[in-house]
Design a binder for this molecule. Sequence first.
Ligand SMILES: Nc1ncnc2c1ncn2[C@@H]1O[C@H](COP(=O)(O)OP(=O)(O)OP(=O)(O)O)[C@@H](O)[C@H]1O
Length: 225
Amino acid sequence: MTLSGFGPGPVQTDTALRLDGITYVAGRTLLDDVSVTFPAGKVTALSGPSGSGKTTLLSIAGGLLQATSGTAELDGREMWTGSGDPLPQVAFVLQVYGLVPILSARENVSIALRARGTAPADADEAAEAALARFGIADLGERQVEELSGGQMQRVACARGFVVGADVLLADEPTSELDEGNRGVVLAELREEAARGAVVVVATHDPAVVEACDLHIALDEGRVIR
Ligand SMILES: Nc1ncnc2c1ncn2[C@@H]1O[C@H](COP(=O)(O)OP(=O)(O)OP(=O)(O)O)[C@@H](O)[C@H]1O
């Protein structure tokens, strides 16, 4: 099913990103037989101590990494790049931001859409709107390398959210933010779920976990709740 075209408000759907028996070995076992379901229309928190495997699991969930064994599928479409018809649309908010320092904030957001074939003028307009969602519309012309850590993190959020993806995977998206801006990001995560996206947020922050609909916890590469 396509998730675009839903109006505002919670979406009732059986769509879910299902990870089944995921094991990932890179020298040692980093994920060990992880089976989890991330339903569309909900914000799921993925918590766990540093090094427990959250980023690795998000990478497999979004098709960036191929699991050693196990499957990751959205409605039968495999997440690993190269299979599935059509491929699910996935957007990441990376823990390390992954912004281009010499480009402006607006350009960093706009390229996410341009890379998907949106016309430059339309992409720029959507980028402005996405920056406004995170309270940084006034920073659009600023070169990213001039921004504070928290401002960069909000640009990274705008770049992930602007896509309107089927699956939004946010890795510690509030780690640099004050309480007010953390609330803004949480509200925007809810908006993404409300239009029908699968939304997963990796976090160490109990306040973020509390604000999510569902909670999955990892420890040493295993699901513990
Ligand atoms: N490519 C890799 N090769 C080998 N080990 C890796 C690789 N990527 C991650 N690791 C290791 O896998 C474990 C899990 O890493 P991961 O980044 O998934 O944890 P995390 O829960 O996201 O941690 P944090 O909260 O600190 O971001 C860590 O011990 C890390 O050192």
